[in-house]
Each structure stands twice: as structure tokens, then as C-alpha cells.
Design a protein around this ligand. Structure first.
Ligand code: ADP
Length: 483
């Protein structure tokens, strides 16, 4: 990998203000999912290093909180600028460990940086309140204070942005943060930290601990100094972490799995719906928690939509993300490939018809053919579970009422999408969908200006927007008597 700034490729972790190896000296290898090659090793840390990071964060945080919001904002703003100045290198590191095409990786760096910029601005707008008091001799003031030392556990599908989205509001609010990145993609996290320190962030305020998930996770969830955990990842792991946090009553933000419906009504603009479907389903090779998982197409346009989608999907180019023109990188690992294979086999065994793809790609490794299956039905696994891969399963529906029941028939509630040009239907359906986010006539909804998050078992809390900083603040009520 050729980098303009080789110092961004780190093999040590910033823990308690210093770049160090694991106490044990052990390492874990980071591999390129497009080639299977080892790119670098990172420390295999555990509870002891995590504890030191937490203690140092607590001590450092006092000084950070004594700075004005404007001073904190200036550091975050510089960090944002450095992220953009190093966008090419950060994207190269990201693609090499995660596999997404370089153009998407560059997009992720800009997207992650946008959260740092946004929360640099929001740092200055943490307002309080005054409340008419319950007695003439009293006054009531509400202030909002940083919650304290925070922890983030993040996934491999957005190795940069999922950290930026948490660290931005935490640091803006005056908190410290300890990050445990996914072991498949730690290099992006380490590069992010290196630039934070270049921007002037006190190093002990932001530690990155790579290594054993259960050991680091147990310390982060069990240590009473940690006031809050923000997690993005699978619902299964999220539930386990929630249970672990119960012992010390931590606040949590949980951004978990989804099972997004993508709905096309008879009156939709079909070409726009196909564009949205490609963006929503095949971005990151289907590995985002807001990816369309169940396509519900109204009977009148079912075949027409399927035909148009097949033409568009056939144009997707699979390959190593560093090569020009590629828009489908590899899946992250063998486990991910097996899940997609399993969902396709299950769909075909339950009456599905293969329209396109369906197999591992001839390139090997994690590469998979973009796939479409028609005649999907409720018996199939894809109706209930997130595939997290390039499979579009097309279900059919007749009426709006039937559709609403089908779309909401899941324990998940993250993203949903629908296409319609009937204004009455747009309102009815948008209000009836039990999801935290609804894309209407668009397949792309993520932005730092809007609240990202789910309902039901898809999560707790919101990231981004004017609401996002609330997850890192506590309300304090001051009752002033004797007036
Ligand atoms: P995925 O299946 O997409 O890899 P996970 O939820 O397993 O999603 O992983 C998301 C993040 O959670 C990763 O950083 C992973 O290392 C971490 N993780 C997984 N299991 C645990 C655990 N028991 N305790 C703490 N962190 C965990």
C-alpha cells in the first residue's frame, strides 16, 4: 500500500496517551479480504490495557471539560480538516482491510468527517433551560453536562464512520472515549486516532484498544468509571452487552441489526426505484445495517421492476476495490459468504426463482455474484433475517393494508424505503411503518444532519443531527431556594 503519509498506518494502539504494544506482546493479523494477504498486525490487548485507558481518560477529562466549548470545537474542527486532507490515504487503508471500492471508501471518510465537523459546531449549542418554579422563593435551572468516560464498540462495515459518529459527539460534549474497533478493521481506527492527536486532542482522552472482544468488552461494560457504552453491531452482541451493562446501570446507545423493507407501489417511478434499490441493496456489497433486505413490489409492476432491476444489477462490476470501475468488493469473510449462500439455498428450496447470480464469484476469496431471487415468501430466512450480502429477494403484495402488515412483521425497526407518487399514500405509509427511518422515493438516507437510529430491537438512541449529542449528556436540575 502506497501512502502519502505512511505514519497513518499504525501497528500499535494509543492507550492512556501512549502508542504501545499489548502487555503480552501478542498480535492479531489484519487481512485484505480481496486477496487474503496480511496487511499488518495490531496488538492483541485485553482487560488490563483497557483499564489503564479508562483510568487515564477519567483523569484527562477534567481538563477537557474546563475548556470552553469553543476551544473543544476548534480541536474537532482541525481533526475534521485533517481527515479530509488525508482522505486518499485513509480510503486506501480502509479498502485494504475492509474491501469496499475506493470510491466508496473515500465517501466513507468524508461521511465520517462530516460528523466531526457537525459536532464541532454542536459543541457550542449545548443549551440548558429555566423552568417556572413551584414556589415563589425558588428558581429552577436545568443544565446539561457531559456524561463522563464513554466506551464505543464498533463494527467492520464502516471502520471509520462508525467511530467518528460516536467520538464526535462524545468529545464535543466534554467526554472521553475508549474505542474497541472490530478486529477485522482496526487500522482505520488507529489512523483516525493519529489524526485526532495531530489536531491537538489530548491523547489520553481517546484510546483505541484492539484485541480480544470479550475481554475488552467485559472491562468496558463492567468498569464503574465508564458511564456510557455506544455500540454498533449485531443484535445478538448488542443484547449481550446490554445485559453486561445492567450490572453498573450504564447508559447505552445501541445501533443494531435491521431487516429493511424496500417497497415499490404501482404508481412509483420505476426507474427511480431501481436506482434506489441498487444504492440501498448493493452498496458496500449489501453489508450495511440499512441495506434493503425484503423487496415488496406491488403486483401491477412486479415483473417490470424485476426486469429493470436485473438489467441494472447485471452491470455491477465485481472485483478488488482498488481497481477502477469496481462497485462490488468482496464480503468481509468466509462466514459472511456462507450466510449469503445459506439464504439463497433456503430461498430456492422454498419456491424462489433465481433471476441472476446465486454463487460465489470466480474471483474467489469473499467475492460473490450480485443476486436476485423472485417469488420470495414469508417461509424464507430472508424474510426474517438480515442477509448482509448482495441478495435481493422480491416479494409480491396487492394492497396497502397487506403491505403495512408484512413490512412491520419483524422484530427489527431500523430503515425502511418506499416508492410512491401519491401524496396521500406517502403520508399514510410513512406514518404506519414501524421504523426509525423512512426513505421515501430515495434509497440513500444517511447524513450527519439527520437522526440515525432504530426502534424495536434495532436499537436505542440516535446518532447525528441536533439530537445526537443528547446521548452524551446528562440533565442536571438545580433548585435554588431562599430567594
Ligand atoms: P458482526 O457479526 O457484524 O461482526 P458483532 O456484533 O459480532 O458483529 O461485532 C461488532 C463489534 O462487537 C466488533 O467490534 C466485535 O469485536 C465486538 N464484539 C463481538 N462480541 C463481543 C463481546 N462479547 N463483547 C464485546 N464486544 C464484542
Amino acid at each position: 500500500m502506497q501512502l502519502k503519509n505512511p505514519a497513518l498506518l499504525r501497528r500499535q494502539c494509543p492507550v492512556a496517551g501512549e502508542w504501545i504494544d499489548a502487555d503480552s506482546g501478542e498480535t492479531i493479523a489484519v487481512t485484505n479480504p480481496a486477496t487474503g494477504e496480511t496487511i499488518a498486525t495490531v496488538p492483541r490487548m485485553g482487560a488490563a490495557e483497557t483499564r489503564r485507558a479508562i483510568d487515564a481518560a477519567k483523569a484527562e477529562m477534567r481538563g477537557w471539560q474546563r475548556r470552553t466549548a469553543k476551544e473543544r470545537a476548534a480541536v474537532l474542527r482541525r481533526w475534521y480538516e485533517l481527515l479530509l486532507a488525508n482522505q486518499d490515504d485513509l480510503a486506501a487503508i480502509l479498502t485494504s482491510e475492509q474491501g469496499k471500492p475506493l470510491a466508496e471508501a473515500r465517501g466513507e471518510i468524508a461521511y465520517g468527517a462530516s460528523y466531526i465537523e457537525w459536532f464541532a459546531e454542536e459543541a457550542k449549542r449545548v443549551y440548558g433551560d429555566t423552568i417556572p418554579a413551584h414556589g415563589t422563593d425558588k428558581r429552577i435551572v436545568v443544565i446539561r453536562q457531559p456524561i463522563g468516560v464513554t466506551a464505543a464498540i464498533t463494527p467492520w462495515n464502516f471502520p471509520n464512520a462508525m467511530i467518528a459518529r460516536k467520538a464526535g459527539p462524545a468529545l464535543a460534549a466534554g467526554c472521553a472515549m475508549i474505542v474497541k474497533p472490530a478486529s477485522q478493521t482496526p487500522l482505520s481506527a488507529l489512523a483516525l486516532a493519529a489524526l485526532a492527536f495531530d489536531a491537538g486532542l489530548p491523547p489520553a482522552l481517546f484510546s483505541v484498544v484492539t484485541g480480544a472482544a470479550s475481554e475488552i468488552g467485559s472491562e468496558l461494560t463492567g468498569n464503574p468509571t465508564v458511564a456510557k457504552l455506544s455500540f454498533t453491531g449485531s443484535t445478538e452482541t448488542g443484547k449481550a452487552l446490554l445485559a453486561q451493562c445492567a450490572a453498573t446501570v450504564k447508559k447505552t446507545s445501541m445501533e443494531l441489526g435491521g431487516n429493511a423493507p424496500f417497497i415499490v407501489f404501482d404508481d412509483a417511478d420505476l426507474d427511480a426505484a431501481v436506482d434506489g434499490a441498487i444504492a440501498s441493496k448493493y452498496r458496500n456489497t449489501g453489508q450495511t445495517c440499512v441495506c434493503a433486505n425484503r423487496f415488496y413490489i406491488q403486483t401491477g409492476v412486479y415483473d417490470a421492476f424485476a426486469d429493470k432491476l436485473a438489467i441494472a444489477v447485471a452491470k455491477l462490476k465485481v472485483g478488488n476495490g482498488v481497481e477502477p470501475g469496481i462497485n462490488q468488493g468482496p464480503l468481509i469473510d468466509e462466514k459472511a459468504v456462507r450466510k449469503v449462500e445459506n439464504h439463497i439455498a433456503d430461498a430456492l428450496a422454498n419456491g424462489g426463482e433465481l433471476v441472476l447470480g446465486g454463487r460465489r464469484h470466480e474471483l474467489g476469496h469473499g467475492f460473490f455474484e450480485p443476486t436476485i431471487v423472485k417469488h420470495a415468501n414469508a417461509r424464507m430466512k430472508v424474510a426474517r433475517e438480515e442477509t448482509f450480502g448482495p441478495l435481493a429477494a422480491l416479494f409480491c403484495f396487492e394492497t396497502e393494508d397487506e403491505l403495512i402488515a408484512l413490512a412491520n412483521d419483524t422484530e427489527f425497526g431500523l430503515a425502511s424505503y418506499f416508492y410512491s407518487r401519491d401524496i396521500g399514500r406517502v403520508w399514510r405509509v410513512a406514518e404506519a411503518l414501524e421504523y426509525g427511518m423512512v426513505g421515501i422515493n430515495t434509497g440513500l438516507i444517511s447524513s450527519e444532519v439527520a437522526p440515525f437510529g432504530g426502534v424495536k430491537q434495532s436499537g436505542i438512541g440516535r446518532e447525528g443531527s441536533k439530537y445526537g449529542i443528547d446521548d452524551y449528556l446528562e440533565l442536571k436540575y438545580l433548585c435554588i431556594g431562599g430567594i
